[in-house]
Ligand binder design. Sequence first.
Ligand code: SF4
Length: 118
Amino acid sequence: MGSCNGCEVEIGQAFGPVYDADRYGARLVASPRHADVLLVTGVVTHNMADALARTVEATPEPRVVIAIGDCAIDGGLLAGGFGVRGTVGDVTHVDLAVPGCPPEPDAIVAALRQVTGR
Ligand code: SF4
């Protein structure tokens, strides 16, 4: 939502050929309407707060929200910034959190495996 893109790079690695989250049943989809799980990165900025709420609403239930990275969990480096509304948990429910700045792909895959059960 207000990420520096570091967390996205690690999410990309989690789905790459080395860490390969797909083999545990996790698959990237193009729309929240096709998703079971949302990976949310970064602080929630004022501009993106409504978009996050709408994205969560567009995801069918039962849905799981995973906050990826310190910014998403507690504001991290960007806590208190003028453009910051808050953490992901300030805007929506959070089921799982993966700490780190950024978290390592292994940790992201481990969180996904908690959801897929594989
Ligand atoms: S947790 Fe670190 S890597 Fe992730 S968005 Fe925040 S500053 Fe960037």
